[in-house]
Design a protein around this ligand. Structure first.
Ligand SMILES: [Mg+2]
Length: 358
């Protein structure tokens, strides 16, 4: 099962409604689908969505990184040289984490196919049924209430509320949504680095005074301010989740060692793929820290892979933030996941089980 070629294609899909956070607005998904072909005609599929404001990558840099790395692994065998292939990808080029993740996704698809297993069981997972949250984009409070109620009427029980562009408005948003929704609906808050340290403490303490303890507050401050995270964590009751602050295993170690966050958000596109994601989840486990599995605004192959990975780690399976495909206007590819609103079900097809018209 030797790699003979690697190619990429741009995948575009319209979003049902614009995706808006404190960092960006997106109207259309545009990402890269990657195909690795082996000499026995097995094909592996990967995917990665460039997110310039988070990983610094674009479609152009991803394509360039993939063409740069490809010659280093062509000719190697998925069965015999798998660890060497993964090593070459990570040693051959710094950063470019989404490009590396797209390559890894296709490689793990092939590897699990070679063992005649779905990816989740190759990775050691057994759970096949999950519940995701759904993102409520940052907007005027009235619109966010409408979007929240709409999501709830579509069956969602967990809302991820985007905040981070205005202190008073953010408080108003949370109070208004909390008052409008059923009490069993869980809230996850995400400020996407939009607040200062002082604002974070003030906003969260205000929200908490109203008796609202969200499931988490995600990355309230700039990614590089780890001490700031610790300062906030010591002053609020809501669990603090680090997202943009955790790319690599070293980032995770720094945060875990000083106890700067209650949870970590793992995204394949940030850490460079499954191999590093596993290391981060395992390290978090040593500290008894839960992880969320998150995603970029990406297509079904990336989402399928993230869910397979989540199945394999017991400290992840309760925090699934994989709604990107639910935000698309139409579902273009078939994967091993049955996307049915909040419920995501893995099937037992080999690998990722990708089929469809690319
Ligand atoms: Mg986030």
């Amino acid at each position: 099962m030797k790699i003979i070629s690697i190619s990429t294609k741009i995948f575009r899909s319209k979003l049902a409604t614009p995706f808006k956070t404190a960092l960006r607005r997106v109207d259309n998904l545009e990402d890269i689908i990657l195909t690795i072909e082996c000499d026995d005609e097995t094909i592996g599929y990967g995917e990665g969505a460039p997110t310039p404001v988070i990983t610094g990558e674009t479609i152009g840099t991803m394509n360039e990184a993939i063409s740069y790395l490809s010659p280093m692994i062509i000719g190697l065998s998925i069965v015999d040289d798998f660890d060497e292939i993964i090593k070459r990808i990570h040693n051959g080029l710094l950063h470019n984490t989404t490009a590396k993740s797209a390559l890894e996704i296709a490689l793990y698809d092939l590897k699990s196919k070679s063992t005649k297993q779905p990816l989740y069981s190759y990775l050691g997972g057994t759970k096949t049924s999950f519940e995701t949250d759904i993102t409520i984009s940052i907007n005027e409070p009235d619109t966010m209430i409408k979007d929240s109620l709409n999501a709830i009427s579509n069956g969602y029980n967990i809302l991820k509320i985007k905040l981070g562009n205005n202190k008073q408005k953010d408080i108003d948003r949370v109070l208004a949504i909390h008052n409008a929704i059923p009490s069993h609906t869980k809230l996850r808050l995400d400020a996407n680095q939009g607040w200062s340290v002082e604002e974070s403490v003030e906003i969260m303490q205000t929200i908490e005074k109203y008796g609202i303890i969200a499931e988490c507050i995600e990355q309230p401050i700039k990614a590089d301010d780890i001490k700031g995270l610790l300062f906030i964590k010591e002053r609020i009751m809501t669990p603090l989740l680090a997202d943009e602050a955790v790319f690599s295993i070293n980032d995770a170690r720094t945060i875990l060692e000083i106890g700067a966050a209650d949870c970590l958000n793992i995204k394949l596109a940030k850490c460079g793929g499954i191999s590093n994601a596993m290391k981060i989840a395992d390290l978090a486990m040593e500290y008894n820290v839960k992880c969320m599995i998150g995603c970029m605004l990406e297509g079904p192959i990336g989402i399928a892979t993230a869910l397979h990975f989540a199945s394999s780690k017991s400290n992840i399976i309760s925090m699934i933030d994989l709604d990107a495909v639910a935000l698309l206007q139409s579902q273009p590819l078939k994967t091993t996941i049955e996307f049915n609103g909040k419920d995501m079900i893995l099937s037992d097809k080999f690998g990722l089980g990708i089929s469809g018209d690319f």
